[in-house]
Design a protein around this ligand. Structure first.
Ligand code: GLN
Length: 481
């Protein structure tokens, strides 16, 4: 067995091809590491041993009979616990879904397994993907493997930590307002949010349906591109998935950068940006210029309203989506003397504080008296932000921003002030509202050694451009700036 700890997709393939390891042995190796590190990190909420070994045996049989192997053959994958997996507990990090086992697989899970990937288990996350630190999980926080008294980011904190701690080769996360990119940034790995409609949401348990997206967190941009090629494309089971041609993302990585115009929104570098983050993002932009990109100063004038609009729209949609957890259809029930009492006890006791805060806020902004003042305004601002992006992409090929205004923070440091936590979503919620793709790539570290993420936005369905820039940045040593 090889001594490698940090496997990438091509390394898995090479080791399988050379018969240095079998898929079964590889799965065993990963589960051994999980047994060792999970008690401390709290990354996995459920492990799917039986399903993983069955898939590994299929791959090993294919190797033995000399069959051509699919793109992700034998690659151990972690899946965020808001994505449905048949027969495997799927809790959304919530007590209200404790013990729930979906009767079907999400399309992304089906696609991964068709491509030969091995699902190791389900990763911890903020309850119903609401949060930026993974501290809102009903099953306890995840620790950042790079600094265990720090948060891994959220809401896909378990997925970020799984990859960073080498407890999976790649992981699936979901991003509604930053939940793939920000944990990618905090855990020091590339993490990609595709365009809205690029990847099927069938089987993704909804938080805010007009914003939710599924995407990869990986050790390398190349691995993220390979997973994107597997996930992307129209799915008849999701009417919002787009029938837009899916290019060969891995091939796009080879294209030269020379002459690409990178937009730097001056409005994004205003107050509130941590000085060490500012420094490394400036250094990152300089590196992209050295690689042949041309820096163009742009304006995104509606950025100031993005966090407010996001928290109105996302909570409105959440209040509607979460109405189904009523103690009747599935999930937990707390008995009560009357039907109303049963509803109240079930929802009152089984939802956590942040989820309830958002249901209340979302119900309020949708209520008859306040709909025009809040929800409608929020939607209007959303259109303006989408216009900011469209206009910017008439002048530039990509937009560069920090992923988060702050480096990873300590567990408990920010939990007492939800508003402060919301405000730190500023750079990610804009792209979420606009529907465009974005990736976070490591861009140096703080003096304390905590990772910083640089975000690259592209135009809708322009994932190749984003991946191409991120790959070149990574290859040029962006992580070590
Ligand atoms: N941090 C944001 C929120 O709490 C984003 C969450 C997400 O993308 N799922 O809503």
């Amino acid at each position: 067995m090889t001594a490698a700890t940090s496997w990438t997709i091509p390394e898995v393939r090479a080791a399988l091809d050379a018969r240095k390891i079998s898929a079964r042995e590889l799965v065993k190796e990963f589960y051994t590491r999980v047994d060792r590190r999970n008690p401390e990190l709290n990354v996995y909420l459920a492990l799917s041993h039986e399903r993983a070994y069955a898939q590994a045996d299929r791959i090993d049989a294919a190797i033995a009979s000399g069959d051509a192997l699919p793109a992700l053959a034998g690659v151990p994958v972690a899946v965020k616990d808001v994505i449905s997996t048949r027969g495997i507990p799927t809790t959304c990090g919530s007590r209200i879904l404790e013990g729930y086992k979906p009767a079907y697989d999400a399309t992304v899970v089906t696609r991964l397994e068709h491509a030969g990937a091995i699902i190791l288990g389900k990763t911890n996350c903020d309850e119903f993907a609401m949060g930026s630190s993974n501290e809102n999980s009903a099953y306890g926080p995840v620790r950042n493997p790079l600094a265990t008294d720090h948060v891994p980011g959220g809401s896909s904190g378990g997925s970020g930590a799984a990859v960073a701690a080498d407890l999976a080769v790649v992981a699936l996360g979901t991003d509604t307002g930053g939940s793939i990119r920000q944990p990618g940034s905090f855990c020091g790995i590339p993490a990609m949010m595709p365009s809205y409609g690029r990847v099927s949401r069938y089987g993704l348990i909804a938080f805010a349906s007009s914003l939710d997206r599924i995407g990869p967190l990986a050790h390398t941009v190349r691995d993220a591109a390979t997973v994107m090629s597997t996930l992307a494309g129209r799915d008849p089971l999701d009417s919002t998935s787009a029938g837009v041609h899916v290019p060969d993302y891995a091939a796009a990585l080879r294209r030269p950068l020379a002459g690409l115009r990178i937009g730097v929104p001056e409005d994004y570098f205003a107050e509130g940006l941590h000085p060490e983050v500012r420094k490394k993002i400036e250094a990152g932009i300089a590196l992209l210029e050295k690689l042949g990109c041309r820096r163009v100063s742009i304006r995104m004038p509606n950025t100031d309203y993005a966090v407010a609009a996001y928290y109105i729209i996302a909570t409105a949609e959440a209040s509607s989506n979460l109405a189904r957890y009523d103690g009747v259809r599935y999930g937990a029930r707390v008995p009560g003397a009357t039907l109303i009492e049963m509803y109240q006890k079930t929802r009152g006791r089984k939802f956590g504080a942040e989820v309830k805060r958002r249901i209340v806020l979302g119900t309020y902004v949708l209520s008859a008296g306040y709909y025009d003042a809040y929800y409608l305004k929020g939607q209007q601002v959303r259109s303006l932000i989408a216009r900011d992006f469209r206009e910017a992409f008439e002048k530039v090929d990509a937009i560069i921003t920090p992923t988060s205004p702050v480096p990873p923070f300590r567990l408990g440091e920010r939990t007492s002030n939800p508003l402060e936590m919301y405000l730190a979503d500023i750079y990610t919620v804009t792209g979420s509202l606009a529907g465009v793709p974005g990736i976070s790539v490591p861009s140096g570290k703080t003096a304390e050694g905590l990772p910083i993420g640089l975000q690259i936005y592209g135009p809708a369905f322009g994932e190749e451009r984003v991946l191409q820039l991120a790959h070149a940045f990574e290859q040029a040593g962006g992580a070590h700036l």
